[in-house]
Design a protein around this ligand. Structure first.
Ligand code: NAG
Ligand code: NAG
Ligand code: NAG
Ligand code: NAG
Ligand code: NAG
Ligand code: NAG
Length: 665
């Protein structure tokens, strides 16, 4: 209760200070008209940034608005401000805003203007990283999958089709952000061009030069444009460009002076900047959860600040890869739904020891805001929700496939049938009798990324990119062969970012390629949000599945937010006892993928803003492998404790090193 009161006070103080900030801002704008310009620049002579004439250094934190529900932007930004940061850093993911060519979305959770405005109202400067490529463990590094309509496009290069798309996108985005530049009265002090370009094989200076010109054209000459690369001379060779201020990335534990020496190689003068100081690190399905020592992190942060460098803590809050937005590394290893990152604020925005350790270091260099920090948001366990089977995916085809099948002799990729994300059903017939187990194979490793195979409606096995290229099937000639292919996230880093999805090469039965396919593009999210899967109720409980494997099916359950308990709904986590792998929606919100059978993530974050008190909340699950409801009973559970570190038996021989993205290759 006490906490709540102080929170209210804090918010009132905040509103008050917001008011004061606005008044000051008005005075400032007034002063501006009297000829005191707001300016931000690199001071090469004194090795620092200069803001309104004063020496300046930033202590920034990364938050990706695309990984935090809009309802929580303010909470997270206030907590970042209270930690002592004077700036935030965010990417702008192109594919989040231009889902198909020329169709832009800047509303709701994609309202970039609103996010920038909030940062400014709270008193945080912004370092903007609009790409066009962002990496960021985000599908295809933020590039829209529709670029792959040109099959041999060379992304991140002077390829004319790529450049034409980039020019058009930047022609939309950059004029939008121009009013938010610092010198125009907004919070943005710096804008990054491309991202870690020195790690990319193309090393195309003409491309980088083109981007620099494009940014200058739209944003003017006053803004500080910069690049970021690994802290090694090798990276800066292709990543740095005259006219763009070169900065570096490095994590805790190593030699700070050695890392900055690399920057000095490209920038003999000017401020020292670490644009990505890693507070934690990313995870992959099937590998152990990664954590980074608070003590070591705090020690290196202290060293960076002690020499007067500017720094951005990546991530300050990681957030969530909702829907299908996670990326993947090579050899193919997709990232899980949670992007917690072992950051100082958890996925749910909760305060951690790391948060206070960082605050304590910043305190040594900068006055931090007075008053209590906003508390962690309360969590609530809504209990166990009984689930029932609604339909098999194949039985629901008329609901989830809006246009009839596309026929093709050989398989087409997702993008060839204009679907970017999710699942596509590939259907054909067994051309010959397979009375003995007959190998169904993807000899060229062309299942991108996972395929759930059934014959006449009975599960036959799973094919998986790099992992399972052959299964056996049996059945009479003419039996229906269904191959549901899941896109598990496009590669976001390295030379393989042209990551086509679906069956990207032929499947063979015995020695012969299968032909005469029917492809069903699936609009599952649309069917879920229209409540269609719940109509015409549950299928009869069929015979028990013949093996532990089941055909992909939809399951549903509802729960109500209890009345009489104050402050509900609150955040929660959902987990899946007895379930193996799939996708889950609450109401019309796609929470992401669950895969406790592989780990390390077990629980999915459920933000309160996805829940309703006005009507029972609907949980829809697409389970791809198991059928926990036959014979049943089956359920999902809400809990207040996240589990992101369940033990996994790593199937990666490849030992990935921390803080070196090249080791992700
Ligand atoms: C930047 O702002 C300061 C303080 O307002 C002013 O003295 C200085 O002349 C400005 N510099 C430029 C390059 O506009
Ligand atoms: C734009 O994005 C918002 C937030 O994700 C979403 O609610 C809305 O439906 C999208 N608009 C269109 C036209 O797709
Ligand atoms: C397929 O069946 C054959 C013959 O029964 C067997 O030798 C082989 O191991 C099976 N392959 C797989 C992938 O199950
Ligand atoms: C499938 O095989 C055929 C015949 O060999 C070939 O023409 C076609 O390009 C292949 N398709 C794919 C997607 O690999
Ligand atoms: C859940 O589904 C039912 C039936 O379609 C619908 O009436 C209800 O509004 C849904 N609940 C929410 C919170 O959307
Ligand atoms: C997972 O994390 C929790 C909370 O930090 C910790 O108590 C637990 O020991 C960890 N489990 C494993 C298997 O590492």
């Amino acid at each position: 209760m006490r906490k709540l009161v102080s929170e209210v006070h804090y918010l009132r103080d905040f509103n008050m200070s917001c008011f004061i900030v606005r008044v000051l801002l008005l005075c400032f704008l007034f002063a501006n008209t009297l000829g005191v310009p707001r300016n931000f620049s690199v001071d090469y002579k004194n090795d620092c940034f200069r803001k309104d004439g004063e020496e300046f250094r930033y202590i920034s934190g990364s938050i990706h608005y695309n990984r935090v529900p809009r309802a929580y932007w303010k909470d997270r930004l206030l907590k970042m401000y209270a930690a002592g940061l004077n700036a935030i850093q965010t990417y702008v993911p192109w594919n989040f805003h231009e889902p198909s060519p020329g169709q832009y979305n800047f509303s709701g959770d994609r309202d970039l203007d609103q996010f920038l405005q909030l940062a400014q109202d709270i008193g945080l400067l912004v370092i903007l990283r609009p790409g066009p490529y962002i990496c960021g463990e985000w599908d295809m590094g933020g590039l829209p999958a529709w670029l792959l309509h040109k099959k041999d496009i060379v992304l991140r290069s002077s390829d004319p089709d790529y450049i034409a798309a980039v020019d058009k996108w930047m022609g939309k985005l950059l004029p939008m952000i121009k009013p938010f530049l610092y010198q125009n009265g907004g919070p943005i002090i710096m804008v990054q061009v491309e991202n870690e370009y020195g790690s990319y094989f193309a090393c195309d200076h003409v491309y980088l030069q083109h981007l620099a010109g494009l940014f200058r054209h739209h944003l003017g000459n006053d803004v500080v444009l910069f690049t970021t690369d690994g802290a090694g001379i090798g990276y800066l060779k292709c990543g740095a460009l005259k006219g763009l201020y070169a900065t570096v990335d490095f994590g805790p534990g190593g030699s700070v002076s050695a890392a900055f020496e690399a920057q000095r190689h490209a920038e003999p003068h000017g401020p020292l900047v670490n644009s990505e100081f890693y507070t934690g690190w990313l995870d992959h399905w099937g590998e152990g959860h990664v954590t980074v020592s608070t003590t070591i992190m705090a020690k290196t942060l202290n060293e960076i600040l002690a020499i007067g460098a500017s720094v951005n803590l990546y991530m300050f809050i990681g957030g969530t890869n909702f829907e299908y937005w996670n990326g993947a590394n090579t050899p193919y290893a997709p990232q899980p739904t949670s992007y917690d990152y072992d950051a100082p604020l958890t996925e749910a925005g909760d305060l951690t020891d790391k948060y206070f350790a960082i605050q304590n270091v910043i305190k040594l260099y900068r006055k931090i805001p007075q008053g209590p920090v906003l508390p962690s948001t309360p969590k609530y366990a809504y209990g166990t929700v009984p689930m029932k089977k609604l339909h098999t995916l194949v039985d629901a085809l008329n609901i989830i496939s809006l246009s009839g099948p596309v026929k093709s002799t050989y398989p087409l990729t997702f993008i060839e049938i204009n679907q970017a994300f999710g699942f596509v059903l590939y259907r054909t017939k067994l051309p010959v009798d397979c009375s003995k187990p007959t190998p169904l194979s993807s000899p060229l490793n062309g299942v991108h990324d996972r395929a759930y195979v059934s014959v006449n409606g009975v599960a036959a096995g799973i094919l998986e990119r790099n992992k399972a290229l052959t299964i056996n099937v049996t059945g009479k000639a003419g039996s229906q062969l269904d191959v549901l292919v899941e896109n598990m996230g496009r590669i976001n880093y390295g030379k393989d970012i042209n990551d086509f999805k679906g069956l990207v090469s032929n499947l063979t039965l015995g020695a012969d390629p299968l032909t005469d396919w029917e492809l069903y593009s699936l609009s599952i999210d649309q069917a879920v949000s229209q409540g269609l899967l719940w109509e015409s109720g549950s299928s009869e409980p069929g015979p028990p599945p013949p093996s532990t494997l089941s055909v992909p099916s939809f399951y549903g359950g509802t729960f109500v937010i209890p009345s009489g308990i104050p402050d509900l709904p609150q955040d929660s986590y959902i987990q899946f006892p007895g379930w193996r792998k799939g996708q889950v929606w609450i109401n019309s919100f796609n929470l992401g993928r669950y895969w406790p059978a592989r780990g390390p993530q077990v629980t999915l974050f459920v933000p309160a803003s996805f829940l309703s008190t006005a009507a029972p909340n609907n949980i829809t699950v697409l389970e791809l492998e198991a059928d926990p409801c036959t014979p049943g009973p089956c359920s999902v559970e809400f809990t207040i404790t996240p589990i992101l570190n369940a033990t996994v038996i790593s199937d990666h021989k490849h030992q990935r090193a921390l803080f070196h993205k090249e080791d992700l290759l």
